[in-house]
Design a protein around this ligand. Structure first.
Ligand code: GLY
Length: 386
């Protein structure tokens, strides 16, 4: 129903979106032979992704792009490329290769779980459920949180959550749906509650990361890792929040998730520059700082889903849908690699981590993925893997 409102009020033609998506899908196709024995690095060098082994939190964005391409084209070349990686993901889990991270959610939702949703392969489902088991090892029951990074005993990381985890807990909600074992969902619900009570500030901005005392469960302090300062609002974190809270609603049906998603969305939208593509931290609204096109792509996905879930009489729904399209159109017109044939990426002008000078004004692989997810959503071919 909402989709009709969305299409009728859109100032962009289907051809415009088809052309944007075809460009992205053909870039994925061009990359298949190069990445048949590896994965794009998290960020590019001069807009070219180096090839690396399956060791990063970002490998699965490549898989996600393959599955989205398959769903849109039904060309078996994409399906085969996706299926060929499953064993690699199973081995990574089994040997615990760089698995000291909550990003097991990103990693296994877009690889094994996506494969299961598209092909119904039972081995893929089992692999995704094993990833959920491993993610549960990072749960600190006293604090009710899933530790984001590093060894559970590392004093610098112990008890630390980050807003990005809202995109990882869908793996746990799904694991309970599949197995009927409530323990995954219980952990996800507690982590969600603790994130909402600490990471979201009263003015609807967000901390990037937050520490808890794992012995007492008490909240300690918010600090940034990739934002401008501890009390600024890192743009990608806000985008993860908009989408992650909205996804949480799809599992919990708790209207408070939508209320918070809207609060974060309002702050995000009121801090966009004139071309609708945010700076890397929302403390900047004009000037020479870099943009983060990936935050814009993530927020577009979040806003479209949010708009589709709001009650019929919510006047913000159409506004969110239209703004998501404006943001996406701006990316399509001015941020792609279309005029840069040397690039193996899709979206330029993202920032991975400005404070540590990582991937600044480069392509980032999740930016490419969420840009495609948003286009696939507009065109109706994408499945929601989350
Ligand atoms: N999840 C890590 C990042 O957004 O950079």
């Amino acid at each position: 129903m909402k989709q009709d409102i969305f299409n009728n009020s859109s100032q962009y033609s289907i051809e415009f979106w088809e052309s944007a998506y075809t460009y992205a899908i053909e870039k994925v196709r061009d990359n298949i032979s190069n990445f048949s024995d590896g994965y794009p690095a998290p960020s590019s060098n001069n807009n070219v992704y180096p090839k690396i082994a399956n060791i990063e939190w970002t490998s699965s964005f490549w898989n996600g792009m393959l599955w989205l391409s398959y769903l849109h084209t039904r060309d078996e070349v994409f399906r085969h490329a996706g299926e060929a990686t499953l064993e690699d993901y199973a081995t990574r889990l089994q040997k615990r290769i760089e698995t000291n991270t909550h990003d097991l959610g990103f990693l296994y939702i877009l690889s094994a779980k996506a494969e299961y949703l598209v092909t119904h392969n039972e081995s893929a489902k089992i692999t995704a459920l094993l990833a959920a088991d491993l993610l549960m090892e990072r749960y600190h029951p006293k604090a009710g949180i899933i530790q984001a990074w590093g060894d559970l005993e590392d004093p610098n990381q112990r008890g630390r959550i980050i807003i990005d985890c809202l995109m990882n807990i869908p793996l746990l909600f799904w694991a309970t749906e599949e197995t009927k074992n409530p323990r995954y969902q219980e952990a996800a619900l507690r982590h969600l509650a603790r994130t909402r009570e600490t990471i979201i500030r009263p003015d609807a901005t967000t901390y990037h990361t937050y520490y808890f005392d794992t012995e007492t469960g008490n909240p300690l302090r918010g600090v940034t890792a990739q934002g401008y300062s501890d009390d600024s609002c890192w743009a990608r974190g806000q985008a993860w929040g908009i989408y992650g809270l909205t996804l949480a609603y799809t599992y919990t049906l708790d209207p408070a998730c939508l209320v918070d998603a809207k609060r974060l969305a309002e702050y995000f939208l009121s801090h966009l520059p004139s071309d609708d593509v945010c700076y890397w931290d929302l403390i900047f609204t004009d000037g020479d700082e870099e943009r983060d096109s990936s935050a814009c792509a993530i927020a577009s996905c979040g806003l479209m889903l949010l708009a589709s879930l709001l009650p019929e009489d919510d006047i913000d729904a159409v506004r969110y849908q239209n703004k998501a399209l404006d943001m996406l159109a701006s990316l399509s017109k001015s941020y792609t690699t279309q005029d840069n044939p040397e690039s193996n990426g899709i979206l330029m002008h993202a920032v991975y981590g400005k404070p540590n000078n990582a991937g600044v004004d480069e392509c980032v692989v999740w930016g490419d993925y969420f840009y495609m997810e948003a286009l696939g959503t507009v065109l109706g071919s994408a499945t929601r893997f989350w």
